[in-house]
Design a protein around this ligand. Structure first.
Ligand SMILES: [Zn+2]
Length: 299
């Protein structure tokens, strides 16, 4: 019902997956109505709000850019913050990229657990989706639909004996995220490593921060979940949806999608206010109550 922030600060450090640049991240409590805001401490605390209008280049990771100031690979940290229901937080970063750590959101969850959560004296507002929105690109698609909670469903299909077709679905909250998604790591195919390096990407990539898939197996097993790949895709999806800027009341489905489609969905959704409404918890609970007597009439 009430907005939250973290109760205390915590810091971590490490190398960025794509740039290879070493950096530090400090999570700091923020007042109500701040939202999730990155601050580049190496650039006079330049703020970059975690919002759809600041999305920049998106390919193998999601990057934000504001007035030419870039910040890469925000998705894993944002997935943890968003799933924990933290509305207001400063994320202080002294480099161009969020550290990749072990390739999952688990280290960020541990930081957030150490910080604790504090309630603020201001009502939480939700973005409640009223009408569906679907984006299709070839055999990839992503859609957002009305729902009374935040639910994600992710489908991946990679022609590889360890991956194949995987589907993962859950209602998003701190508990489900911690137990089902946080530990799922990013992954890449061994055959893509050289082409990605040639593109100037994965300069900080190593066997310690990504699952590497060989032609038939996993170079650095064991996997943390048999379906770690679809779980990580769901984690990425949640991290990109955080860019909506408010907690979502919606069901989101992603079919072979990636950061580009996820962030397009956020931008298109925010650009069309007829698709959603802003509500407080009180405003949607009575609506759910009203819906109950209506249901039997459908029989
Ligand atoms: Zn990822």
């Amino acid at each position: 019902m009430f907005q939250t922030t973290i109760a205390s600060s915590a810091t971590t450090e490490g190398v960025g997956l794509h740039t290879g640049v070493y950096g530090h991240v400090t999570l700091t409590p923020a007042p109500a109505e701040t939202g999730i805001v990155f601050r580049r401490t190496d650039l006079d605390n330049f703020p970059i709000e975690a919002q759809g209008h600041n999305v920049a280049r998106v390919s193998y990771a999601t990057s934000l850019m504001k007035q030419g100031v870039l910040l890469s690979t925000t998705e894993h940290l944002l997935a943890a913050i968003y799933s924990c229901g933290i509305d207001n937080i400063f994320i202080d970063v002294d480099s161009i990229e969020i550290p990749i750590l072990d390739g999952s959101a688990e280290p960020f969850m541990q930081m957030l657990e150490k910080c604790g959560i504090r309630k603020l004296r201001r009502r939480r507002r939700f973005l409640k989706v009223l009408k569906p929105l679907e984006l299709v690109e070839g055999d990839r698609r992503v859609g957002i639909y009305p729902a009374n909670e935040f639910h994600v469903r992710c489908y991946v299909d990679f022609p590889h004996p360890q991956v194949g077709r995987q589907e993962f679905e859950m209602t998003v909250n701190a508990d489900s995220f911690r137990h089902l998604l946080a530990r799922a790591r990013t992954f890449c195919f061994e055959r893509d490593i050289e082409p990605l390096r040639a593109m100037g990407l994965i300069r900080g990539g190593s066997l310690e921060n990504a699952i590497v898939l060989t032609e038939s197996g996993v170079m650095n097993g064991p996997l943390r979940f048999p379906d770690e790949f679809s779980r990580h895709k769901a984690l990425d999806l949640i991290g990109d949806l955080a860019l909506v800027g408010l907690p979502l009341l919606a069901r989101v489905e992603a079919h072979k999608a990636g950061h580009a489609l996820h962030t397009q969905l956020v931008s298109r959704l925010l650009a069309d206010p007829s698709l959603w409404t802003i509500t407080t918890a009180e405003a949607f609970v009575p609506e759910m109550d009203q819906a109950q007597p209506v249901a039997p009439a459908a029989d």
